[in-house]
Design a protein. Structure first.
Length: 79
């Protein structure tokens, strides 16, 4: 594994946003997760019948605030 400036444990939305902000600043970030897919509680999965995908937990974030990347930026920088 290449040397990283930051190691983030877990791949939920907060980890992904922190990693993106740090990456924008040129920092090397490694995300370590325990699941086979990223997203934490905010992800879509085929959990009922084949071909039918569902929001597993969070269901209103995208519709009420726009997609995550267009949401207001955090006031505190993680770096
Ligand atoms: C039932 C439910 C419904 C919700 N509905 C909404 C909604 O409608 N709208 C909305 O805006 N929000 C909703 N939320 C809240 C939203 O899902 C959370 O605020 C958001 O997902 C939190 O993101 P996070 O990155 O902080 O944590 P999480 O999404 O919980 O991600 C944390 C990740 O870290 C991993 N992890 C933890 N410990 C370790 C470890 N030791 N090693 C490796 N990996 C680890 C976990 O497996 C997980 O993947 C809901 C939450 C729940 C539980």
């Amino acid at each position: 594994m290449p040397a990283a400036d930051y190691v983030i444990v877990g791949s939920g939305i907060n980890a992904l946003v922190a990693a993106a902000l740090l990456g924008r600043k040129g920092r090397k970030v490694v995300i370590v997760g325990r699941n086979d897919r990223i997203g934490g509680a905010i992800r879509t999965a085929e959990i009922t019948a084949p071909g039918f995908v569902h929001d597993v937990m969070a269901t209103t974030r995208g519709r009420s605030r726009g997609f995550t990347t267009s949401a207001p930026r955090p006031t505190r920088d993680p770096d």
